[in-house]
Design a protein around this ligand. Structure first.
Ligand SMILES: Nc1ncnc2c1ncn2[C@@H]1O[C@H](COP(=O)(O)OP(=O)(O)OP(=O)(O)O)[C@@H](O)[C@H]1O
Ligand SMILES: Cc1ncc(C[n+]2csc(CCO)c2C)c(N)n1
Length: 256
């Protein structure tokens, strides 16, 4: 199997976006806090944008708080708001409805608002089969309620088989699932690092080999019963990871 290459150009500042915008990306905004700077970066890196229910409140509120003219509401109108709509505030609903945003109620109590937004993306992909699959950026999801955080991580774990790339980003971290195999992660020190973690979540154990870290592993078993490589650090421009089972990788943001 080939080495999977990873990079995070969707975290570049808007002013230096060039080829980063060519990739077909979709953003899902969850109901968790995020900074205006992070919103600006990931929003402009994405071609399509969804708010998961109360994620629309977060988007609206962060835009209201901005006094500078570079965050105009008209530049941040999502393509949909979707969920069971138990968290979407009336004022936010009215304002986005006036801006023409479709607001889709899905009352299924066996799927989360994050999953409902992913279904919307996969429906678009089914109707545009000649286009590349979206890379998904989930904003929020590694903070707040622990059951929601674990849901996000477990969802990324499951998605790895059917989706090319799904990232979750907060003001603290960016993380994604590394499937079994070999990976090369480009480290743009202006965007990410140095602190990182290789977390054997959802597997009994995995065998890890790494290069480019302060504490490298060489054919070492990692599991919740044994070694968990948290608080590791990147010391090179790229990190190599070989893993025998899927792991969750996270690295801190360098710019907030
Ligand atoms: N307290 C929280 N901590 C972490 N993530 C959250 C939290 N609340 C919401 N989210 C994320 O934001 C999404 C939208 O949340 P919202 O508050 O609108 O609905 P919810 O009813 O709490 O969530 P769900 O219906 O998906 O269980 C959720 O699907 C979840 O991914
Ligand atoms: C075994 C099991 N556990 C929890 C829920 C609750 N639940 C999971 S997703 C969801 C929708 C939230 O908008 C709700 C209520 C369930 N259905 N089944």
């Amino acid at each position: 199997m080939s080495v999977r290459q990873w990079s995070t150009p969707f975290l570049q500042p808007v002013s230096s976006k060039t080829t980063a915008n060519e990739e077909r990306r979709a953003l899902i905004i969850l109901n968790q806090p995020f900074s205006a700077e992070l919103l600006k970066r990931v929003w402009h890196a994405c071609k399509w944008h969804a708010c998961a229910d109360g994620g629309a409140n977060r988007l609206w509120d962060v835009l209201q708080l901005q006094t500078s003219s570079d965050l105009e509401i008209s530049d941040f109108v999502p393509e949909i708001i979707k969920g069971d709509l138990d968290s979407l505030r009336c004022d936010v609903r009215e304002n986005f409805a006036k801006l023409g945003v479709p607001i889709i109620k899905d009352e299924d109590q066996n799927s989360t608002d994050l999953m409902k937004c992913m279904s919307a993306i996969e429906e678009i992909e089914s109707s545009t089969p000649s286009l590349a699959q979206f890379t998904i950026i989930i904003l929020g999801g590694l903070s707040g309620r622990f059951d929601q955080t674990i849901h996000t991580v477990s969802y990324l774990h499951k998605l790895r088989k059917r989706r090319k790339s799904t990232f979750v980003v907060t003001d603290e971290n960016v993380g994604w699932c590394l499937d079994e195999g070999e990976h090369l992660i480009e480290i743009d020190a202006n965007l990410i690092g140095p602190t990182c973690g290789l977390l054997p979540i959802g597997v009994d154990s995995t065998i890890l080999s790494t290069r480019g870290l302060r504490w490298n592993l060489e054919n070492k078993e990692s599991s919740f019963d044994g070694l968990v490589s948290s608080s590791n650090a990147v010391i090179a421009k790229e990190v190599y990871i070989s893993t025998s089972k899927p792991i969750f990788w996270n690295i801190e943001l360098a710019f907030l």
